[in-house]
Ligand binder design. Structure first.
Ligand code: DAH
Length: 340
């Protein structure tokens, strides 16, 4: 019986090592130490033994029982501790980790993108930014720019008048007058801003839109400087393959004046329905600043030359992104912006 007892003890300790869960541990406990367990069986059968044998076996059996109970207890404690450690690891929260992005990010409006592209290309050529007010004097918006009161070209731009002297500027060109009157030449300016015209909104018109004016004042300037400047930002916005050309035109504030065309962004210049078969698309006006304007603003036109251009940012954005309705640009619908 002593031998059997030793076997039970050894066997139980060996199996204890293999136990994988608390449930298995409990089962083994019952199997060995429970009321009908193996060890209990031995203790029960001791009645048949002689008092000496009984004393000896009893001692060993109690020692085995105690040792096993301790081993079971230790194993159980280790299991509980391990389970807790695992749970803690799983639930651990590192508050220094970056958060999970759940707020949807917005997108830049195409006007902003195009403005920044033009601005940055020009800054690369030594330009700085300049701004003027949206509510402007008639004098700066028209008269100083060589458009006196009775000038027929005033009708080219339908104007929101506030009173007979003030209006909502119809273009960014009055900032040319402000710069010429206040800054010390030579200088190169890129002038962004909102402009206003009396127009019913439709696919190609908005009563408020955005222009960028460029103005360069220096001693010796030629049409080639103007063309090079324009070509630089056309390529920055539309890509290296897009060409630009100047086509003669008329503006009171420039002489000579030109429209800038770029090679069609849809067909690449072969001719398609978007460019009406010409291979070219008009994007803006420009020219050598009229000496009258320079003089009206207090500089000597014999000493100072200037060139200027004015571009509708929405028009450029429509061409760049293939947008067929300017209203989309101004409505700020996130579903539209996401597609760009
Ligand atoms: N201000 C003109 C417009 O709104 C555009 C323009 C043309 C500006 C020629 C210029 C320029 O500076 O030289 O239609």
């Amino acid at each position: 019986m002593l031998e059997e007892l030793a076997k039970i003890r050894e066997n139980a300790l060996a199996r204890l090592k293999e136990v994988k869960s608390e449930a298995e541990l409990n089962e083994l406990n019952i199997e060995i130490l429970g009321r009908n367990g193996a060890l209990t069986g031995i203790l029960r059968s001791m009645g048949k033994l002689s008092p000496e044998e009984r004393a000896e076996l009893g001692k060993s059996a109690n020692a085995a029982k105690q040792a096993l109970a301790e081993a079971f207890g230790a194993r159980k404690a280790a299991m509980v501790e391990l389970a807790e450690k695992r749970r803690n690891e799983k639930e651990a929260l590192d508050v220094t980790l970056p958060g999970i992005q759940t707020v949807p990010l917005g997108k830049l409006n195409p006007l902003t993108v195009v403005y920044r592209e033009i601005r940055d290309a020009l800054i690369g050529l030594g330009f700085t930014t300049f701004e003027g007010p949206e509510i402007e004097y008639d004098d700066y918006n028209f008269t100083k720019l060589n458009l006196p009161l009775d000038h027929p070209a005033r009708d080219m731009q339908d104007t929101f008048y506030i009173d007979d002297k003030t209006l909502l500027r119809t273009h960014t060109s009055p900032c040319e007058a402000r710069a010429l009157m206040t800054m010390k030449p030579p200088f190169r300016l890129v002038i962004p801003g909102r402009v206003f015209r009396v127009d019913e909104p439709d696919a190609s018109h908005s009563p408020v839109f955005m222009q960028i004016e460029g103005l360069v004042v220096d001693k010796d300037l030629t049409l080639a400087d103007l063309k090079g400047t324009i070509d630089t930002f056309v390529k920055a916005v539309f890509g290296e393959n897009v060409k630009s050309r100047l086509r003669p035109s008329y503006f009171p504030f420039t002489e000579p004046s030109a429209e800038v065309d770029i090679s069609c962004t849809i067909c690449g210049g072969k001719g398609c329905s978007s460019c009406k078969g010409t291979g070219w698309m008009e994007i803006m006006g420009c020219g050598i600043t009229n000496p009258h304007e320079i003089e009206n603003c207090g500089l000597d036109p014999k000493e100072w030359k200037a060139f200027a251009f004015g571009v509708g940012v929405d028009r450029v954005a429509c061409l760049k992104y293939g947008i067929n309705d300017v209203r989309l640009i101004y409505e700020g619908d996130a579903r539209f912006l996401k597609q760009l």
